[in-house]
Design a binder for this molecule. Structure first.
Ligand code: PRP
Length: 183
């Protein structure tokens, strides 16, 4: 068994369950006001955004349609290449729809940039990007999402959907992983 107590691997809690719940409620209220009469198509980028996405959708008090896309970044190096391969595409046509792309974290920003370009090419009525966490020091400001939950320092964060080697996604908070876990 790989891990017996995931909490032992956490150096510090960056955002508690309550802080996350409160911020997601604010984002949901903002999107409700903006999309009340637009019947938006809300897109989850699997897998990291899954918890944020479902909580955010529950906080949007308007008609909406849910769909999911699974992608994989690949390239020569360990870093995201920004070239995104679709593993599972949307089930729905987005042409003429108001689309909201929901992402868990922007690191280099290349995944979201590529997905935005890809989905824009399908001619939606509008497209907005929402991310929970933004490592703003790691990318140019023009790559930032339209709506962001929290700006964070360049630390290895896990929990609330974010993983290391597939683990820690189910932690209810967002924490900084101890260096010795991944070094
Ligand atoms: C993570 C995260 C973003 C992307 C951010 O996905 O969920 O999609 O990396 O990195 P970038 O801004 O440098 O492109 P990952 O490939 O780890 O897949 P996962 O969501 O299934 O964990």
């Amino acid at each position: 068994m790989r891990i017996t107590n995931e909490q032992n691997d956490i150096q510090s809690i960056l955002f508690s369950e309550e802080q996350i719940r409160s911020r997601v409620a604010e984002l949901g209220a903002q999107l409700t006001a903006e999309y009340a009469d637009k019947n938006p198509l809300v897109v989850c980028i699997l897998k990291g955004a899954s918890f944020f996405y479902t909580d955010l959708c529950r906080m949007m008090k308007c008609h909406l349609f849910m769909d999911f896309i699974a992608v994989s970044s690949y390239g020569a190096g360990a870093q995201s290449s920004g070239v995104v391969r679709i593993i599972k595409d949307l089930d729905t046509s987005i042409t003429g729809r108001h689309v909201i792309i929901v992402e868990d974290i922007i690191d280099s920003g290349l995944t979201l940039k590529h997905l935005r370009e890809l989905l824009s090419s399908r001619k939606p009525a509008s497209i907005k990007t929402v991310c929970l966490l933004d490592k703003h020091e790691r990318h140019d400001s023009h790559i930032a999402a339209d709506l962001c939950g929290f700006r964070i320092p360049d630390e290895f964060v896990v929990g609330y959907g974010l993983d290391y080697a597939g683990y820690y996604r189910n932690l209810p908070y967002i924490g900084v992983l101890k260096h010795e876990v991944y070094e």
